[in-house]
Design a protein around this ligand. Structure first.
Ligand SMILES: Nc1nc2c(c(=O)[nH]1)N[C@@H](CN(C=O)c1ccc(C(=O)N[C@@H](CCC(=O)O)C(=O)O)cc1)CN2
Length: 284
């Protein structure tokens, strides 16, 4: 094992242990946190992720249901399904696994989820609250990255964080959350010219390019912390990230592996958000 590794699997284990205690406390009050996962179609990667989500719920003593809909389901049917879940008292959190097939408008589906049950943190109300620093559900992947940094004692304040990627579910919220922790944030993306010039300045480099092993040591400043959000398959069908791990581990002070880095944290934070959603109902 290399000594500059950030072990996401181990940190996710610590986070879920804490969640489990909160679940037990809720159950003592007669509330079992419940998560509904909606999967449309049969994308094998999505199937793996949703199965991991429901299995983790089970392990923590939470209630979960998996609703599987055909690839060709209409948007109206999916919206109707979300509405049923919005009104189901056993369900505290709802997530619709992304991506969705082309005939369905993701934004409309996300907007249909009750903001009280938006454990993915993708609803426009949750995003707005996050932007202005109000308490809300935070999107699980960037929330998980903040936890990885915190549990690894990496102070973000005053650091230059460079994010490569501007998706709504990772890049954009990641920058906001790091800004709220007093980092100086630069966003880079596919149209950035001279990417090296920016990444070489990064104290913390978050890579979400969607391009297999794109970032090698030439992009990284000596001693930087490198967080790899990518999940790809290499030429041997082995899981790998957007970072060329073997090259970058030689220059980074800390680095997340793939698998076993950011991915497990995404699921751990979903559990935390679902628990929070259930706790919120007990306050009403
Ligand atoms: N509704 C959502 N859809 C998607 C999200 C999301 O947060 N909400 N994120 C991604 C996929 N994702 C969660 O859904 C996810 C991806 C990867 C992992 C993970 O644990 N990866 C493992 C490897 C697993 C494997 O064997 O393939 C790892 O990195 O160690 C968890 C969740 C897009 N869609």
């Amino acid at each position: 094992m290399i000594d500059n590794l950030i072990d996401g699997k181990q940190i996710a284990g610590q986070v879920t242990e804490e969640v489990q205690k909160r679940v037990e406390a809720l159950k003592a009050k007669g509330i079992t946190p419940g998560l509904a996962v909606v999967l449309v179609g049969n994308n094998p990667a999505s199937q793996t992720y949703v199965n991991n989500k429901t299995k983790t719920c089970e392990r923590l003593g939470m209630y979960s249901i998996l609703i599987q809909l055909d690839e060709g389901v209409s948007e109206a049917e999916l919206l109707n399904q979300v509405e049923l879940l919005n009104n189901d008292e056993k369900i505290h959190g709802i997530l619709v696994q992304l991506p969705l097939p082309k005939q369905i408008d993701e934004d409309r589906v996300i907007a249909k989820i009750s903001p009280f049950k938006d454990v993915d943190g993708f609803h426009p109300e949750s995003v707005g609250k996050m932007m202005i620093g109000q308490q809300t559900f935070l999107p699980c992947t960037p929330f998980g990255i903040l936890k990885l940094l915190e549990y690894s004692n990496i102070d973000v304040a005053g650091k230059h964080a460079v994010i490569i990627g501007r998706s709504n579910i990772v890049g954009k919220p990641m920058g906001q959350l790091l800004l709220q922790k007093d980092a100086t944030v630069t966003y880079c993306h596919s149209k950035t010219t001279d990417l090296h010039a920016f990444t070489k300045q990064a104290d913390i480099l978050v890579v979400a390019t969607g391009r297999t092993k794109m970032i090698d040591a030439s992009y990284v400043k000596e001693g930087a912390v490198v967080i790899d959000v990518g999940i790809n398959r290499d030429e041997n069908n082995k899981l790998c990230g957007d970072v060329d791990f073997d090259s970058v581990k030689e220059v980074a002070s800390k680095i997340t592996p793939v698998p076993g880095g950011v991915g497990p944290m995404t699921i751990a934070m979903l559990m935390e958000n679902t628990c929070l959603a259930a706790e919120n109902t007990s306050k009403n």
